[in-house]
Design a protein around this ligand. Structure first.
Ligand code: MN3
Length: 200
């Protein structure tokens, strides 16, 4: 398969004031597009052309760094756009997911603190995650384009902590960006969808 840039599932100005139109224009139209374009060039003659995106991410990891970085970031960003919505975030979490957060992550307040801490302490570029591993929710962090997919787990929520995702709106205040993401942007319905798919 070749990679394609998906449309944002909302208007560019829909996530204000937590994530600006300018951030989304650069992040989606320039950064994500570059992963798609570079990924397609590197996919040619890689031997992985016929595979799904998830297979390309897993099979290029540790073997083809250029392809992995771009395919990994393409995968991460496809979901990142859908993990946000206007008027999202906070505690209104669908039942099955809220139950798993209570039993596996110590409840909403502990999840919130631990997820923000994971994103804050990821040194340099990377991502913070909630993933399903061995049937349970776990909080993870990964560098650069890595995700739980290449660490034996299934991501159900991720936040981009590369500077390009917050520097225009928050400058160096990464924790403020992470708080806004959790409190006002998370699309819990999409997290639930990925949780149900991962639990199967
Ligand atoms: Mn990004």
């Amino acid at each position: 398969m070749s990679f394609e840039l998906p449309e944002l599932p909302y208007a560019y100005d829909a996530l204000g004031p937590y994530m600006s139109k300018e951030t989304l224009e650069y992040h989606h139209d320039k950064h994500h597009l570059a992963y798609v374009t570079n990924g397609n060039n590197l996919l040619k003659d890689s031997g992985l052309e016929g595979k799904t995106l998830e297979e390309i991410v897993k099979e290029s990891f540790g073997k083809n760094a250029g392809l992995f970085n771009n395919a990994g970031q393409h995968y991460n960003h496809i979901h990142f756009w859908k993990w946000m919505k206007p008027n999202g975030g906070g505690k209104s979490i669908p039942g099955a997911l809220a139950k798993a957060i209570d039993s596996d992550l110590g409840g909403y307040d502990k999840f919130r603190a631990d997820f923000i801490a994971a994103g804050t302490t990821q040194f340099g570029s990377g991502w913070a995650w909630v993933a399903v591993k061995d049937g349970k929710l776990v909080i993870m962090k990964t560098p650069n384009g890595e995700s739980p997919l290449v660490h034996g787990a299934a991501p159900i929520l991720g936040v981009d902590v590369w500077e390009h995702s917050y520097y225009i709106d928050y400058r160096n205040a990464r924790p403020k960006y992470l708080e806004a993401f959790v409190d006002s942007l998370v699309n819990w319905d999409y997290v639930l969808e990925m949780y149900e798919a991962a639990a199967k």
